[in-house]
Design a protein around this ligand. Structure first.
Ligand code: URA
Length: 236
């Protein structure tokens, strides 16, 4: 790909601004040789002001989403894009969240510019398990795990029952849920169906991927092997 297009697609500026960056001699190869806007380049070899380029197209990143940020570009409040380098908003193709977490949910959020991969991850066919830890307003009744595992729970205003989900009790008002689908506000609505209320919600795992020690508000790019662990043996 020509350097100017690469730089523009990665959000380093408009094509005009990318040409200007090159003219200023700020874009070089790894050995420090100045590159020209029309050069055909390997992204791994390009430096801007001596720094390697942002990850090229095909980026998949994990973000430790804090409470208070929405997974939207339009929300007037805080959005998950505020936690990424500002250039990332200008990339083409755009980086989008893979599914959503509510504003009041924290934890593991994947984002990618790979549309096909995004659809594969969210597709019901992939049935990638997602693990949530919920804090509750009231003590668990004791029958929730059986109800959630039954495959018969019908959420309000829906006509298909939920797929069986696993629940582990972590305390009188704490539970870990593993879901195999992603419906709107699913965890909150599941507990609402038992007369309870979720007061805190955190997603710790998607497939074989966990947040690990990634601090809240931080992101990192995923390595290809981590993507394999996302899908696991069942859906490959
Ligand atoms: N279920 C919810 O209720 N909210 C989320 O953000 C994710 C799952």
């Amino acid at each position: 790909m020509k350097l100017v297009r690469l730089l523009a697609n990665l959000g380093y500026g408009s094509r005009k601004q990318a040409v200007a960056l090159c003219r200023q001699g700020r874009v070089t190869d790894a050995a420090g040789e100045v590159l020209y806007a029309d050069d055909k380049v390997d992204p791994a070899e390009v430096r801007v002001d001596g720094e390697p380029l942002d990850p090229p197209q095909g980026l998949v990143l994990m973000l430790h989403k804090p409470v208070g940020h929405t997974c939207s570009t339009k929300d007037p409040g805080r959005v998950v894009y505020d936690l990424l380098p500002p250039r990332f908003r200008l990339r083409n193709p755009a980086i989008s969240p893979v599914g959503r977490l509510d504003r009041d949910t924290s934890g593991l959020l994947l984002m990618t510019d790979d549309g096909a991969l995004l659809h594969r991850i969210v597709s019901p066919k992939s049935a990638i398990p997602k693990v949530y830890e919920a804090g509750l307003a009231q003590d668990l009744r004791g029958d929730e795990a059986a109800l959630f595992a039954s495959g018969t729970l019908l959420l309000e205003s829906e006509d298909t029952p939920l797929l069986p989900a696993e629940m582990e009790t972590l305390g009188p008002r704490r539970a870990r849920l593993t879901l195999h689908e992603g419906r709107y506000h699913q965890v909150r609505r599941m507990f609402a169906a038992t007369g309870n209320r979720v007061v805190s919600l955190h997603r710790s795992r998607i497939g074989g991927l966990a947040l690990g020690d990634l601090p809240e508000g931080r992101w990192r790019a995923l390595a290809p092997a981590e993507l394999d662990s996302l899908f696991g043996a069942a859906s490959r």
